[in-house]
Write a protein that binds this ligand. Sequence first.
Ligand code: ASP
Length: 439
Amino acid sequence: MSIRVTKFGGTSLASAEQFRKVKDIIMSHPDRRYVVASAPGKRFSEDIKVTDLLNSSFRLAASGEDFHPVLQKIHDRFFDILTELEILDFPLDEEIEIIAAHLGTSPNADYLASRGEYLNSKILARFLGYTFVDPAGLILFDDNGNLDSTATRNKLGSRLSEVERAVVAGFYGSYYDGTVKTFSRGGSDITGSLVAMSVKADIYENWTDVSGMLAADPRIVEDPAPIEYISYQELRELSYMGASVLHEDAVFPVRESGIPINIRNTNRPEDPGTMIMAKLKPEMSRNTVTGIAGKKGFSIIQIEKALMNNEIGYVAKLLGILAKYEISFDHVPTGIDTVSVVVDTDTLQPVKREVIHEIFTELEPDTLFVENGISLIAVVGLGMIRTKGVAARTLKAISDADINIRMLDQGSSELNIILGVNDNDYEKAIRSIYHELWS
Ligand code: ASP
């Protein structure tokens, strides 16, 4: 029998109505044996996520203020779900009492943040008739707070092999001594990936509130095409540039095990969503280019020096100076006697004077110029390797839109083309590239 691991995000489990949709999805396929649940998210845009309420209760308790009103709100969110689902014998008051008692001692931030997933998963397990599995003691972190993936695979895998169908609480695990530790925000995606890895799932379904990834940001491009298939490599390029549907760290466990991820929409289960896999077959890519994404807020450090080309180690020294100030670089386009380094403006700004001074004294450039207000745009697609002219069409679209290109970089893998434009031209550039490459 094949196994599907299904992870449901916060909006998918924000209310009783959403719980019913989730149950229908799970029950519609017998392979959906292991479920990972987030805490209740927002039901409407001004609503507050249960995780945020828990974090506020921690802050109030830690500063000696009254946390009871916030705890009451948390109670009410779960109470409403339980009542509407007609689960009347769930020990909610006792569970909330345990949290209150913890808040009254010296509270632990991670433990509190994890209680949303803990309670929601217990309720979902009851609703489905599945076994509840607490990931503390199964998803393990070492003393430095890093995930111990080998121990996790063993512990989680062996526990789940004992249960036919289970709901595992998302977002947390524990140190070896059992103290709860959470992942960073959105971390239930990682739990889902770890469960999929540990039970050797055939597929990891990540159910959320959108029908997968889109080829461009819908706030910039009207009605962009959905991405049906995308490789892990392309996903990484696009997520790095801000087009994210998944927690960044969620990819590694399943990628290592060759398990595909399917992003699906709980509110539109009939949509196929996006399939993320290691290798795409040629017929899977409908477009040569898979997606465009971008980010504002970069600076270009431009350096010129006559005969730079003859000076071995010049660029290495430059990058060494940046490393000393803990500035990571995004791109380093070079010419014969020029080099530019693209860095994040917010990281550079606080140490800019020192960095420039050091470059001047160590590298004696003829000119050095820092330009802020740069946006980077990545045009990503494995299909570019096989197709001529994508770069030409991209550049033509930009020049037809009367936009000046400040930087250009094409990785040797031909997986992406990176363009730098002024922040003011960012949206216009994305729209013109999209219309050129997708119409
Ligand atoms: N509930 C946590 C958050 O809001 C984790 C998650 O939903 O993945 O970030």
